[in-house]
Ligand binder design. Sequence first.
Ligand code: ADP
Length: 489
Amino acid sequence: MTKKTKEPTLDFTTDWAYAPAPEDTKHISLKKQYDLFINGEFVKPNSKKYFATYNPATEEKIADIAEANEKDVDNAVKAARKAFEKWSKIPAKERGKYIYRIARLMQERAREFAVIETMDGGKPIRESRDIDVPLAANHFFYYAGWADKLEYAFPNRTPKPLGVAGQIIPWNFPLLMAAWKIAPALATGNTVVLKPAETTSLTALKLAELIRDSGLPDGVVNIVTGAGKTGAAIVNHPDINKIAFTGSTDVGKMIQKAIAGTDKKLTLELGGKAANIIFEDAPLDQAVEGIVNGIFFNQGHVCCAGSRLFVQESVADIVIRKLKDRMETLIVGDPMDKNTDIGAINSKEQLLKINKYIKIGKDEGAEMYQPSCGIPSKGNFCKPTLFLNASQSHRVVQEEIFGPVLTVQTFRTIEEVIEKANNIPYGLSAGVWTDKGSKIFNLTAKLRAGVVWANTYNKFDPTSPFGGYKESGFGREGGLHGLMPYLKF
Ligand code: ADP
């Protein structure tokens, strides 16, 4: 058995970390009912409808959220259009100052954001605190810096904003995805109508409060809540110039069809099924940490999760033994406890989907392994799960599960693993663990994946572009590349 590890398995650092205790939730200011954020104020929905948002760990209702209909979306787009006329013309350095202010306010309210993110979404507080919220603030800091440097970013060209961006985000990194979308749009002089996912609207609505407090001109950012119909109303609105979508491949395809023939620009960040490849010369203990981080971080609700493990045959036994031992130490449970490694599955629906795949994996004949840990009797929880001896044709290998489920395959040669890693409809990310730089360069050139991590996994930074190939979508977010989808030249 490896030593029980209580320290975070992730090596992100922040100089403003804190450790909220469970009782901290008492000091979080949450309203009972949330309205739509349009033109700088919270307004009641025309639909007059609200839906509940729940804490997936306790199954308790947290608040009611407004459901925006087409009229509400139209009001938000009109506000964004009107704001665009001014926002796109103010000096770029002034734009930058507003974005810096949002970043700083987010740091000041980091504790509140982290606790709400964990309550509403189910992710461990350690992750919200050390990863989601600091990274979200960093995205605003990073893109604030670009606001008055666009002509240096694109020399000899004259970058201009597109207009109104419609942005639709998923439930796995609610605040972070809002930051990924809003920060580059504002830095490039666009205005925004953003829709969070229906199970995790609260941090986006907190961000709306922050944006209002920041003094950002009215209508520059509008946040409308609702489910697929509200998203479709954004996609189909005739006065939207750009759609940025992160979510499932199925909905991404529907969006692409819906805007075909219009002049709307589109970026899609969709599903993934990443290969995490361990060579015999890799530092195996580190690789095991990387496997755990790759698949169990955020309960595996990560589009770039390392959900397919490939281990070179000569070290397969030892890696699998070490991995099982490490899984025995993982703590599954209360997301608000800072020692928890694996929190709650985001929704009942998602838990059903994961359990359906666990059954499929067993029926297909792969050997299932789960550690002996218990899971809470109430709430949406799932044990970390391995499928050993999986084969390339298994559905659990081919399809995105979006949960703490890892398939394990072995390989002998580098050619074989490249072939298997690429033989999948997705192409978002991959991981490579080896002592040899030459192998890393060989693989990064041949793996059809937008992001390839070497001897690490799930490392994110605002300066690095992120995005996929094939059914994982197109367009890049982050870095200099992340400015381009919001500009015309
Ligand atoms: P998941 O399967 O991970 O829940 P979805 O793709 O269904 O991902 O959801 C991602 C985002 O897309 C959410 O904000 C959701 O409300 C939104 N959405 C769902 N259906 C549509 C649609 N038809 N058009 C636009 N947005 C949609």
